[in-house]
Design a protein around this ligand. Structure first.
Ligand SMILES: [Ca+2]
Ligand SMILES: [Ca+2]
Length: 85
């Protein structure tokens, strides 16, 4: 059974299509679509804004890893769990 950290690492790697260790909003949306996820675009926008702590318009691994903590865990983690299937 994968730990939340491992799951997030898998999700991050799948989302980071250009492999620059940062996730942009476009990258997240197009990757979710490519992996067959159904999601609410407004929810992804909200997750992105909440997680982008330094406001640079991209999520680094540390920012993305906040998904393992409340309140993000219950609110946003299901959006990305599909990537672990
Ligand atoms: Ca990237
Ligand atoms: Ca950021």
């Amino acid at each position: 059974m994968a730990t939340p950290e491992e799951k997030l690492n898998v999700a991050f790697t799948k989302l980071d299509t250009n492999k620059n260790d940062k996730l942009t909003l476009d990258e997240i949306k197009s990757s979710l679509t490519k992996h067959g996820a159904t999601f609410d675009a407004a929810q992804v926008d909200a997750a992105f804004k909440a997680l982008d702590k330094d406001g640079d318009g991209a999520l680094n691994k540390a920012e993305f890893a906040a998904l393992k903590d409340e309140p993000y865990r219950s609110q946003f983690l299901p959006l990305f769990e599909v990537l672990n299937k």
